[in-house]
Design a protein around this ligand. Sequence first.
Ligand code: ATP
Length: 231
Amino acid sequence: MLEVRGLDAFYGDAQALHGVDVTVAPGEVVTLVGRNGAGKTTLLRSVMGLHRDVRGTVTLDGEDITGLHPHQRARRGLGWVQDDRGIYASLSVEENLTLPPVTDPGSAWSLSQVYDAFPVLADRRRAPGTTLSGGEQQMLAVARVLRTGARMLLLDEPSEGLAPVIVQRIRDILLEVKARGTTVLLVEQNVKFAATVADRHYVLAEGSVAADLDNAEFTARQSELLEYLGI
Ligand code: ATP
């Protein structure tokens, strides 16, 4: 579904990514792990077109999207789940869900599909978005992107700074999304969390791919990775 080939990324004269190759198959959940500054966020933002000072190619379903703007990539099925969750305080859960325009009608989840997958949101449909717990807000952020028609979700550290019980909830959300066939690429510093949700993992180091591990290898090497990553 997604193919990143020979990606270099720059911030002015500084090069943050060096010839990165990453592939994500339809329905796969893949994590990007690595130390702070390894280039995970830059890679994710480059896939969405939010960082555009790049060389190399990004291909989605066989189409070269390297030159496209984020909204054009959204129309082709990429969905960016906002880090700050971007929920509107004055709007209800349902209004938050229906506000963003549908970018890909063929893949957009209906409200009833959303409520079926996330019954908590159905129960709270009239409540203001900000009265939701952290985990529920993350669920709303994910559901809202699925409503627009995203076939592949991009998330930057969805578990960061959340209590363990909420992290578990986010794991359930990602597993639900995966069970319904949506592809996911996420940055994740929490190795244990990564191992419970993903099929495959790219370990980034100093802007390059240091390892591409399936989940069995990743899980077997967890303690080594924790030491190596210093996280
Ligand atoms: P973290 O977990 O700390 O977010 P990361 O693996 O996501 O780390 P990036 O944020 O992608 O890493 O950073 C990769 C490199 O690019 C680092 O050397 C960082 O200092 C540099 N960098 C990131 N953003 C900018 C920016 N806006 N301007 C200049 N350099 C940047």
